[in-house]
Design a protein around this ligand. Structure first.
Ligand code: HEC
Length: 136
């Protein structure tokens, strides 16, 4: 009986967190449907470590497939990582943001730039809003 009550209390407490994360990005973008992992076995050790931080931190509000399949210039990644960091409850600190940016910049150059047609261009805020409206 106590166990049941405890589960209900825990579920009740975690619900707002769950909802906050969900409402943060309750829209499916085209790039979300692409592969959700990168084979980093040939990447330098530092970028392999960076991949782990990236895969851990950037999957909180949307699938990790989103950044994995989006093309951006390094400048855009730099801005975008900051934008994601500054979202409420992002859970991404400055040094993790830097590690993630370094990884994304390396991955952009070594994987995406060599095969651009396999990836999606990043969407404008207007395009994302339009998809949201269509999906609700
Ligand atoms: C706190 C929630 C949250 C976290 C954490 C988060 N994102 Fe996002 N992300 C969003 C939301 C919401 C959107 C939709 C656009 C917007 O509202 O800014 C988005 C959109 C994106 C897009 C789509 C860009 C486009 O225009 O096509 C990319 C790429 C992306 N995020 C990458 C990342 C990366 C990389 C990280 C880790 C550094 C990350 N996200 C962490 C919430 C988050």
């Amino acid at each position: 009986m106590h166990k049941v009550i405890r589960s209900i209390v825990i579920a009740g407490l975690s619900m707002p967190l769950f909802l906050a994360a969900q409402t943060a990005s309750n829209v499916t973008l085209p790039q979300d449907k692409g592969p959700n992992s990168i084979n980093v076995s040939a990447y330098p050790a530092e970028q392999q470590k960076g991949y782990k931080v990236f895969a851990d931190k950037c999957a909180k509000c949307h699938t990790i497939a989103r950044p994995i399949n989006t093309m951006m210039t390094k400048e855009e990644w730099s801005r975008y990582v900051k934008r994601m960091m500054h979202k409420p409850n992002s859970g991404i600190g400055d040094s993790q943001g830097k590690t993630i940016y370094d990884f994304l910049a390396y991955d952009q150059e070594s994987r995406k730039d060599k095969n651009p047609s396999a990836f999606f261009k990043s969407l404008s805020d207007e395009e994302i809003e339009k998809l949201k409206a269509q999906q609700h």
